[in-house]
Design a protein around this ligand. Structure first.
Ligand code: ZN
Ligand code: MN
Length: 297
């Protein structure tokens, strides 16, 4: 991956920066835990609804379900194995709260970690699916949701290597159902980091953005978790080192020495909860705005 692709999306301006720093718009920091203090009736999590509530939601004809996807993957000495799904679920939950969509339970296993984007599938703590398993899981869930009347499924990815296999699962689900161009039902596929704006990148990476391909266990994921789940981050164990060498090819079997010893592809130097709050607030706002426009929410 190279550049963020948000040509038309609104971006963080000085007022939203100020808002982020004061915490005025801070979302629920623990979206994967119990329903909110407002009670189950107000939750955006589909798993906490009853079947009757689900039927009423789908029967309204405008149901939008967000599927967060991640991986079980080493993220260096300082971040948890579930980082990718924790972050995609947090973004999905906040986007749902701003758009009226509902959130599915996340996919917590993903496609194999690759050496140039996740350190490699050979590392302890990384447990992955083969492509056919991920494709089948996405295909069957998306097909089921659309067959039961969900109007749009938004696949909100948090693990780089999943992308094409989620796309394939969505495409096969549409083929199974005979949904062709012009159909009212649809699937949206996106990765949340594509909504990080250029002004946000300038604040988060004052010395220059190294590229999303080496953002594994680096500043973005560390800052977001410091904001959302600080109890899961061990900054005292974080190690400073240069970004991983930029190989242009994949070699299999991998050459383990080409992954930095930490397992991170770039160091979390300079990550902070304040940067995480800016990243989260801006990304969620822009993503929610784009979904509202695209799906008429
Ligand atoms: Zn990650
Ligand atoms: Mn990952």
């Amino acid at each position: 991956m190279t550049e963020p692709s948000t040509p038309d999306a609104p971006s963080a301006d000085s007022s939203s920066l100020g808002q982020a720093r004061t915490g005025a718009a801070r979302p629920d920091p623990a979206p994967t835990d119990a329903p909110s203090a407002d009670g189950p009736a107000r939750t955006v999590r589909l798993a906490t609804m009853t079947a009757r509530e689900y039927e009423e939601w789908v029967g309204g004809g405008s149901a939008v379900a967000i599927l967060p996807t991640g991986a079980f993957e080493q993220h260096g000495p300082h971040l948890p194995l579930g980082t990718d799904a924790i972050l995609s679920t947090a973004v999905a939950t906040a986007v749902a709260e701003q758009t009226g969509a509902k959130v599915l339970e996340p996919f917590t296993l993903g496609y194999k970690s690759q050496q140039r984007s996740g350190g490699g599938n050979h590392l302890p703590g990384t447990l992955s699916l083969d492509a056919d398993a991920l494709i089948a899981q996405a295909r069957q869930l998306i097909r089921g949701l659309l067959a039961q009347g969900v109007r749009h499924v938004v696949v909100l990815n948090g693990h780089y290597e999943n992308t094409q296999f989620l796309y394939e699962g969505a495409d096969l689900a549409l083929r199974d159902l005979g949904l062709a161009p012009g159909a009212e039902q649809s699937v949206i596929l996106l990765s949340y980091w594509d909504y990080v704006s250029a002004p946000t990148l300038e604040v988060v990476y004052p010395d220059g953005f190294p590229g999303w391909d080496v953002e594994h266990g680096g500043v973005l994921e560390t800052a977001l978790l410091l904001h959302l789940r600080p109890e899961l981050v061990h900054m005292d164990r974080a190690v400073s080192h240069p970004p991983a060498a930029p190989y242009r090819f994949d070699r299999l079997p991998v050459v383990p020495g080409r992954t930095p010893e930490t397992g991170c592809l770039s160091a979390p130097d300079g990550a902070s909860a304040e940067k995480g709050e800016l990243l989260f607030t801006q990304t969620v706002a822009d993503l929610a705005a784009e979904l509202r426009t695209e799906l008429g929410l």
